[in-house]
Design a protein around this ligand. Sequence first.
Ligand code: ADP
Length: 159
Amino acid sequence: MCPGTFDPITAGHLDIIERAASLFDELVVGVAVSPEKGGGPLFSIDERCEHVRVAVQHLSNVKVQPFDNLLVDFAEEVGATVIIKGLRAVTDFEREFQMAQLNYSIDSSIETMFIMAIPEYMYLSSSAVKEIARHNGPVRGLVPEVVLVALTARLTLSR
Ligand code: ADP
């Protein structure tokens, strides 16, 4: 299972999902409903799930599901034994290390495994994409086509 907020899904997320899908028989992408991140998400849970679904439609062993419970409980619910996280620069490490430790202490039957971001996407984040898009900058190539369209529509409306 590959969890995240995906507000919105980026090319970096998609790269991790594609690589995880090639390593496991089945992969569930878990879209977190209520992140405790500043200001709340730009896209609703339904919109974020739909963007991920469209972006992964070429991967036949990937399913997308929203979740609003404890990560290890969601993993158990979908029958996942491994949580896959992407690791970017060292700045991700401290936070991810803490979460992996906590999750392991709650349920040691579920392992967290990390896939390193490729250099091109090492500094790519959903918040950076939103910041660039808000200022009318170029996000093509940083997000799947479905997100490019949605971002343009959302930010044009709010201008
Ligand atoms: P963000 O950190 O961009 O707000 P999420 O909370 O949705 O995104 O992150 C979900 C997972 O995806 C995390 O494990 C995060 O480290 C990983 N991730 C995010 N962006 C990238 C990227 N560009 N390359 C690799 N992994 C990434």
